[in-house]
Design a protein around this ligand. Structure first.
Ligand code: CA
Length: 240
């Protein structure tokens, strides 16, 4: 399949940037958002842990030098806990000594970048770590339903070979539906599974994103597979 030129793929991995210097955080957000990543920010280790508990990101970009708990110590703690043991982490640091690099990697950082680095290098490293870190996506392979193909590894959705542009939430919603076809989910179940537990959002938000997803799928007629089940919720079914 050849991607059409000029249409970016739905690359919607969520990156948590942990850095106390607002200017650097802003620069990272800008560079990552431009590449289509969803970016969250934390100014210290405590904020980072809150963000991760609320909804685990796909990758953490973690500055070594933080006030209070250092980046290195945060990695150590993340690796000790079952829920965050395999969370991909790339460390950022101004230190150049090899010994620090070894220390970072031994504690479980997946990669390591020394400041200053180019946005291009950063994005390449992030993509490489994400590819390595998503064996479940690799095992799953692309999800397919009547010409609609969702590739979890590349975060791409195509309809009859043509790339489809989806917002990050619509992508996650569609991915969830296509991994669980023919099953009815209540709005509350969709919120838990797609938005994450402990997220307090009104149930009607689900309806908003269902509408957006249907709109995106309507050009190819796949919107009819996103079905309303009265009094119960929604279902993805190719049986219309
Ligand atoms: Ca810092």
């Amino acid at each position: 399949m050849q991607a059409a030129q000029g249409i970016p793929p739905a690359m919607t991995a969520r990156i948590l940037v942990v850095e106390d210097e607002a200017a650097i955080r802003e620069m990272l957000r800008f560079a990552l958002a431009r590449e289509g990543f969803d970016v969250e920010e934390a100014g210290d280790a405590a904020q980072a842990r809150e963000c991760i508990a609320r909804r685990p990101p796909d990758l953490v970009l973690l500055d070594w030098m933080l006030p209070g708990v250092s980046g290195l110590e945060l990695v150590r703690r993340l690796r000790r806990e079952e829920s965050t043991r395999r969370l991909p982490v790339i460390m950022l640091t101004a230190r150049t000594g090899e010994e620090h690099k070894v220390a970072g990697l031994e504690l479980g950082a997946d990669d390591y970048l020394t400041k200053p680095f180019s946005p291009r290098e950063l994005v390449a490293r992030i993509r490489a770590v994400l590819r390595r870190a998503r064996p479940e996506a690799a095992e799953t392979g692309p999800l397919e339903a009547d010409g609609l193909v969702l590739d979890p590894l590349g975060h791409r959705v195509t309809c009859g070979g043509r790339p489809l542009r989806l917002g990050p939430t619509e992508y996650r919603l569609l991915r969830f539906f296509m991994s669980h076809p023919e099953r009815v989910f209540s709005r509350a179940q969709l919120l838990d599974s797609v938005w994450g537990e402990n997220v307090f959002i009104e149930e009607r938000t689900v309806d908003v994103h269902i509408r957006r997803l249907r709109k995106a799928l309507s050009a190819s007629g796949h919107d009819r597979y996103v079905q309303t089940v009265r009094g119960a919720g929604y279902r993805f079914s190719t049986q219309v």
